[in-house]
Design a binder for this molecule. Structure first.
Ligand SMILES: Nc1ncnc2c1ncn2[C@@H]1O[C@H](COP(=O)(O)OP(=O)(O)OP(=O)(O)O)[C@@H](O)[C@H]1O
Ligand SMILES: [Mg+2]
Length: 282
């Protein structure tokens, strides 16, 4: 009986910038439709790992190891995995957006400030589906904005990024990322720039879409509590290594590594008893 093969299989990944080794031999697997959280302090190598998967690190990085992707396009007769680290730029461009999409931490920098939202969404649609242009791209762009609950999407089509709230901008980026029905979404600190209420709404949207589309997700955050709300499994990174990995529930209730315990101690909501009303003064 064959075990189910993972969608993404990262093996012994090393990332060096000159003499500095940002990622020091990590391995992780992600199944179809699964949400894996990556948590760790600033500089632990989370974004570098995400960018390596998408081939977006640039020439200053030296990357070794294997990033095996179960590509939908590989012929069944051939090996069903491709090593993303060995793909030519053209193949990676094809995979980015269509098979693996990413949402970045800062919505304002990911959007072009001088181009209307509608134009940007329609353009990203046309870029991957050239047969849909003009009116059809516009119709689909509006539908995509409606799907992430942008109010009055048709009327707001001609507005610029700065005319939307931070939460709305992040919703727009989510719409753009999911436009081509990728099988894997990498979300790098998708809610960090948002205030707590809006953060909860965006997390809920991501969770809904993930379930609805059976999407696999790599959810990156420095906040263990946020990761625990979304991911079924968590990998804890520190200084370029994975120090602990396991089911979210177990990591949140019985962390084994001292570093995970220190991350958990920094999460106030878990230490606070919310079943009791707040003590009133006076
Ligand atoms: N392009 C680059 N050139 C040189 N060093 C880099 C580059 N990108 C990242 N680094 C270094 O690699 C290490 C890991 O960076 P990375 O961005 O992956 O951290 P992170 O875990 O995402 O942190 P944060 O939570 O702050 O986003 C850091 O020491 C960083 O300075
Ligand atoms: Mg980062």
């Amino acid at each position: 009986m064959a075990l189910m093969a993972p969608l993404l299989d990262v093996r012994d990944l090393h990332i060096r910038f000159g003499a500095a080794e940002a990622v020091r031999g990590i391995s992780l697997q992600l199944d179809e439709g699964e949400v894996l959280g990556i948590v760790g302090e600033s500089g632990s190598g989370k974004s570098a790992t995400a960018l390596a998967i998408l081939g977006l690190l640039g020439p200053s990085a030296s990357v070794t190891g294997q990033i095996l992707w179960h590509s939908a396009n590989s012929a069944p007769a051939r090996t069903s995995y491709i090593n993303l680290l060995q793909q030519p730029a053209s193949a990676l461009r094809h995979i980015r957006g269509r098979e693996i999409a990413m949402i970045f931490q800062e919505p304002m920098t990911a959007l072009n400030p001088v181009m209307t939202i509608g134009h940007q969404v329609a353009e990203s649609y046309e870029a991957h589906a050239p047969s849909f242009t003009g009116r059809e791209a516009r119709r689909r762009a509006i539908a995509a904005l409606e799907a992430v609950s942008i109010p009055d999407a048709a009327q707001r089509y001609g507005d610029y990024p700065h005319q939307f709230s931070g939460g709305q901008r992040q919703r727009i980026l989510i719409a753009m990322a999911l436009m081509h029905r990728p099988r894997l979404l990498i979300a790098d600190e998708p809610t960090t720039a948002l205030d707590v209420t809006v953060q909860a709404q965006v997390l809920e949207l991501l969770r809904d879409l993930q379930r609805q589309h059976g999407l696999a997700m790599l959810f990156i955050s420095h906040d263990l509590a946020v990761v625990g709300q979304v991911a079924s499994r968590v990998a804890v990174m520190r200084s370029g290594e994975i120090v602990e990995t396991g089911p979210s529930q177990r990591i949140l209730t019985a962390p084994e590594h001292p570093y995970t315990r220190s991350l958990l101690a920094a999460v106030p909501t878990l230490a606070t008893d919310r079943s009791k009303p707040l003590a009133m003064v006076g």
